[in-house]
Design a protein around this ligand. Structure first.
Ligand code: PLP
Length: 283
């Protein structure tokens, strides 16, 4: 058992000591896709949703990953089971197009995609401590619906947020809000939950999907329509969702106070989300 566990194509060991082949296409091109979720009681949360999205990203990038879903689950479980106890673990995995000499064109069919994973202890942020955001122009490419390893615009956006003492960066294309650097964003206005539709401008977040389903279950109407920066600033509440932090409320954007006008609905959604997480990861 190790505190941080690494996995590469069947090999498991302490994360800090694992090595990957220099010709893995993830290193040169970010040529691969990834997934991540929290784990409690050694049960990865919403694993089926994450695997659905994983196979969809692979299909869209034409990566011929042959491993069946049950086998992927079994490999990931080995990594989870090799980790020392922790109340919550974070599970990350990625599939690259494989190991081949650098060439933009896909390698031949004999090259197998490479599966990499790690598990580390994780602390979830308390959902009653609101996020501070900065806003930035969304300068990413238009394949945001694919969870690719190409994350430089998000890395730079998060760095700008950290430098400003903030938790996340909300991105917009012109006036239209898309999502955050590594989270989706939704608003509550007049009792309606509104979030951008799942087109090529946003990642179809698993937490976003669950949030919408929970809202409907609790009688909160849902609108999947884009909203503007002005609508964001005037929202009753703002909710930032991601697998690592679940549902966070927001108290400021670019230093300007926002939200805080519909505490009942936000509390209801956060409680419902946490209950779902706890139920589905129970022993
Ligand atoms: N949007 C982007 C760009 C992300 O990178 C992520 C998560 O990494 C999300 C949204 C949230 O997705 P999920 O809820 O599946 O973690």
């Amino acid at each position: 058992m190790w505190k941080n566990v690494g996995y590469y194509n069947g090999e498991i060991g302490p994360l800090e000591e694992m090595k990957v082949p220099m010709n893995d296409r993830a290193l040169y091109f970010g040529d691969g896709i990834y997934e991540a979720t929290c784990v409690a009681n050694r049960v990865p949360f919403a694993i089926e949703d994450h695997l659905d999205r994983m196979y969809n990203s692979l299909r869209l990038l034409e990566i011929p990953f042959k491993m069946e879903r049950e086998q992927v689950k079994a490999e990931l479980q080995k990594v989870i089971d090799a980790a020392e106890d922790s109340p919550i673990h974070f599970l990350y995995w990625q599939v690259s197009r494989g190991v081949a000499p650098r060439n933009h064109v896909f390698p031949g069919g004999e090259v197998e995609p490479a599966l990499m994973a790690y598990v580390k202890p994780h602390t979830m942020k308390p959902m009653d401590v609101p996020y501070k955001l900065i806003s930035l122009e969304d300068n990413r490419f238009k394949l945001c619906n694919i969870k690719t390893l190409n994350l430089i615009p998000s890395v730079l956006a998060n760095q700008r947020a950290a430098e400003a003492g903030c938790d996340e960066a909300v991105l917009h294309r012109g006036s239209r809000v898309t999502e955050c650097a590594h989270s989706n964003i939704s608003i509550l206005k007049d009792g309606v939950l509104r979030t951008a539709p799942t087109d090529e401008l946003i990642l179809p977040g698993i937490t976003r999907k669950h949030l919408l389903a929970l809202a409907k279950e609790h009688g909160i109407p849902v609108l999947e329509e884009p909203f503007s920066m002005v609508e964001l600033m005037n929202a009753d509440e703002i909710i930032v969702t991601s697998s690592s932090a679940l549902c966070m409320m927001v108290e400021s954007i670019d230093g300007i106070p926002v939200g805080g006008k519909d505490p009942q609905h936000i509390q209801l959604l956060q409680d419902a989300y946490l209950a779902k997480f706890q139920q589905e990861t129970a022993k």
